[in-house]
Ligand binder design. Sequence first.
Ligand code: XCC
Ligand code: SF4
Length: 635
Amino acid sequence: MSVKDVSIDPAVPELLEKAENDGLETVWHRFASQQPQCGFGLLGICCRNCVQGPCRIDPFGEGPQKGICGANADLIVARNLLRSATGGAAAHIDHAYEAVEALYQAAVGKAPYEIKDEAKLKAVAGKLGISVDGKDKNTLAREVAEAAFADFANHGAAPMKWLTATAPAERVETWGKLGLLPKNPDREIRTAMHQTSMGVDSDPVNLILATVKMGLVDGYGGLHLATDIQDILFGTPSPVVSDANLGVLDADYVNIIIHGHVPLLSEKVVEWARKLENEAIAAGARGIKLAGICCTGNEVLMRQGVPLATNFLAQELAVTTGAVDAMVVDVQCIMPSLADITACYHTKLITTMPIAKVPGAEHVPFDIEKVDETARQIVRIAIEAYKNRDPEKVRIPGHRSKVVAGFSVEAVVGALAKLNADNPLKPLVDNIANGNILGACGVVGCNNAKVVQDSFHVALVKELLKNNVLVVATGCAAHALGKAGFLTPEATLQYAGDSLKAVLTAVGEAAGLKAPLPPALHMGSCVDNSRIGDLLKALAAYLNVAVKDLPVAASAPEYQHEKAIAIGTWAVALGVFTHLGVVPPVLGSQVVAGALTGETAENLLGGKFYVETDPIAAAQGIIAHIKDKRAKLGI
Ligand code: XCC
Ligand code: SF4
């Protein structure tokens, strides 16, 4: 079978052809083999929550309308949705917890990480109400880690501290009135699994509210916690210039790809790749090149300037270049098929986490106390593998685009402070108020085989920029924009509407960049969506309005993961109008689909989901929403 027109990334067709010639199948071949996909599954109306099932509801109303236990379509859809959001939140919370453990171990001298960002440590401690006076950084770091652990050991009725310390006060009050404040993230996940098990909750509305609560668990116990702790450990990102796309690989070098989500090991791999450069040279290479895939890629781009190899859908094709000596993976979004692909080349697939093993891969366990040894071993495995590389099998596509990344909130405020040191947000808000910037949209999330890779991200962003909507990006969306050249000053000149262009040029000049700010600001990995939340919180506070009143929106054009469902629900709970470019599996229930996309969500939370599978129509919907919010603010 041959697949065509599956991506707008120019590297993809070149490597797909190579993959087919090398006798390999990819995600797109398997996607084609799966067609047509199950209609019950697409609508969310199949249930396997007990062993009497599977049960499915006839969407046309002719066959069964109830499962064996009596569950109807509304219940099945609502239960499935909560389970998805819970799966996503569990992934983020497990990630955040690992980071907290690392901070604690570093603070007590058991893990070889130096706490890099004392300013962030103090800022986080301050939010938590921990006094910083006279404490050395290790003592303070231990206390911050203990505060995080306390959320996970919260057996009382008080809400999660990380939420009350970091979410907007107006939201905490709103969520509190709705009874949605989560207590202990682990307990909420357990409760949700219980609530959705056979014969517990049969009220779809109650399940939808629990899903919103799970969004908050994700937003604060996952995203915000992970970002805060990783910044403390590894540094808060600041603007950095690098490159994106598979052209960053180099046939003359040992090439190591780091892929996954948790940067605890990859930070060390970066360090050891730099330290062992000589060994690579001794092996006949000119040195070592690192490149990232998915959110581990975003993490090491933001803090270390490591280039992006590619995003989710092209991870297999990275290996088919024949030039990757080791692909090191941690957790999440790692295709099980990678082992089949690496088996055809000299490439070593290295798994590192106890919960993410792949048959056929080499497992080098991540052990926090010995992380230096682990990282050194991994780099040496790559150097050894390089010696077995077959030059005949190497084909590196020539495509690479410059990217400017590293836009943490601290960095954005820092750049704006060059315009107004006393009141950094004023220039931004003034330009929103006078209409030079129409509004802002967070374009986030994955690739999904149902969408031509990167096409929705790029078409949507083009249209938004043309209409003077500033874009911020994370996740694989940011990779897509990077590969397509949208994360550069040149993109401002090429794509931004006139008034947006003028503002970004003025800010860039004032910040001493001698060029405009990019029109799409790369704010990090998927957990770094917390940064977007913080920016919204700061803007709302400055204007003395609620987040739900701001002329902003979010969009996950090509999302695939359960994590995206959790993040999207958090965004809606925050009061954000949240576009989805792929239809979520809820259309089997009017009650669920209606509540999430209609007045119920909007009245209770101020935000709602908006599903639109055409990028231009989606941009228009987002712009209409932004204009509506502007009108309500009287600007
Ligand atoms: Fe989605 Fe998160 Fe995975 Fe990319 S990596 S496919 S979750 S966007 Ni974060
Ligand atoms: Fe069927 Fe009910 Fe069991 Fe689900 S929980 S599989 S609907 S009997």
